[in-house]
Design a protein around this ligand. Structure first.
Ligand code: SF4
Length: 360
């Protein structure tokens, strides 16, 4: 890799994510799952609603989305599916920026979420006002933000990118002689910078799940399973990325499980993705990449606490009440859509398929 020097601007402590909720999966009594699903299915069709679920949500939600004509995907594909779908209501099972992105690309549709409190540490680390000041201080730079950001931050950006197109966009901008501001994920930004050599100022956000993966633990696991390929999401630290056989977005990692000949995989991303990986390659063994390391504490344990806030009971509640509608200021949404559409146009011109682009 071509490693270039960069300037990292530490974010003020006020922007650090200090509270991460515990992971609390939905617990259901025997028979409750079936009872909930039998009430949810007719409501989806009565309300002309479609369920779009992220790969990191529970197997129950992913199964239900697929059984009812919805989709299970990454954040951008969720929004694009919603746009193509005829349904007037989109139920987005994921985290808040995903609901907002769905609303930005589908302003005429009603967008509901099982839990509006489902945040993302990357989004939280990058408040729009502080980020705006940062951009104002560097007016010569092109502003590129990752999909895991609020509508306001997207509106401030020149480009919104997903993990699978970030390198291509950064390389394209570098070839035009542009210098970049990158936000909010410092690890993904560092990865893009190392691969492209672009001049990038990095906002110092991090994903509480991916930054916990430990290179030492992965090395040890690999010694026990020398046949395993290591799959890593680029929101992980450089020491973990450097061990990867495949670095990619959620969709790219799922595809790798199906395509690579290895019988087993060490997976460094949220373990919710195992549901889809098992479906793609049921005979293969999936191993969770270690998060704690020796003597360390595990906060996220390879599962996003905010993604875990989604569940069947909350889904039924929003269908019955219409609660938890996502609203985006139309002017902000229109500006954010410009930045997203710039990426989509670039992808189209470059012949890059949109399926497989992931904000997460
Ligand atoms: S897994 Fe990380 S990047 Fe994804 S929603 Fe959770 S905190 Fe955000």
């Amino acid at each position: 890799m071509n490693v270039m020097s960069t300037v990292s601007i530490p974010i003020p402590p006020a922007h650090a994510v200090t509270h991460v909720p515990p992971v609390q999966e939905e617990r259901l009594e025997p028979g409750e799952r079936e009872a909930l699903i039998s009430r949810i299915k007719p409501l989806l069709s009565e309300q002309d609603a479609v369920l779009v679920a992220h790969y990191y949500t529970s197997g129950d939600l992913q199964r239900l989305a697929e059984e009812t004509g919805g989709c299970v995907s990454d954040s951008l594909e969720m929004a694009r599916f919603g746009h193509a779908a005829q349904a007037r209501t989109l139920i987005v099972a994921g985290v808040r920026f995903m609901g907002e992105t769905a609303k930005i690309l589908n302003p005429e549709k009603r967008v509901l979420m099982p839990d509006l409190g489902a945040e993302c540490s990357l989004d939280l680390s990058c408040p729009a006002d502080a980020f705006g000041e940062f951009c104002d201080a560097h007016p010569d730079r092109t502003v590129v933000v990752y999909a895991n950001t609020s509508a306001e931050v997207k509106a401030r950006a020149d480009w919104v990118v997903t993990s699978s197109i970030a390198v291509k966009v950064a390389r394209h901008l570098k070839e035009q002689g542009r210098k970049l501001i990158w936000a909010p994920d410092r690890y993904l930004g560092d990865y893009v910078r190392r691969v492209t050599g672009a001049d990038m100022l990095l906002w110092q956000g991090a994903c509480v799940v991916h930054e916990r993966f430990k290179a030492e633990g992965i090395r040890a696991l690999r010694r026990e399973h020398p046949e395993a390929a290591v799959l890593v999401h680029p929101e992980s630290p450089a020491s973990v990325i450097d061990l990867a056989d495949v670095v990619g977005s959620t969709t790219q990692l799922i595809r790798a499980v199906g395509e690579l000949p290895n019988p087993s995989f060490i997976v460094a991303t949220d373990n919710g993705i195992f549901h889809k990986m098992h479906a793609v390659a049921p005979a293969k063994t999936l191993l969770e990449a270690p998060t704690g390391g020796h003597g360390a504490t595990c906060v996220s344990c390879a599962h996003c606490p905010w993604m875990a806030m989604n569940g069947l009971k909350k889904l039924l509640h929003v269908l019955e009440t219409g609660d938890n509608e996502v609203h985006v200021d139309p002017q902000v949404g229109a500006r954010a859509a410009r930045s997203i559409n710039r990426m989509l146009a670039f992808a189209g011109q470059a012949g890059i398929t949109v399926a497989g682009m992931s904000g997460d």
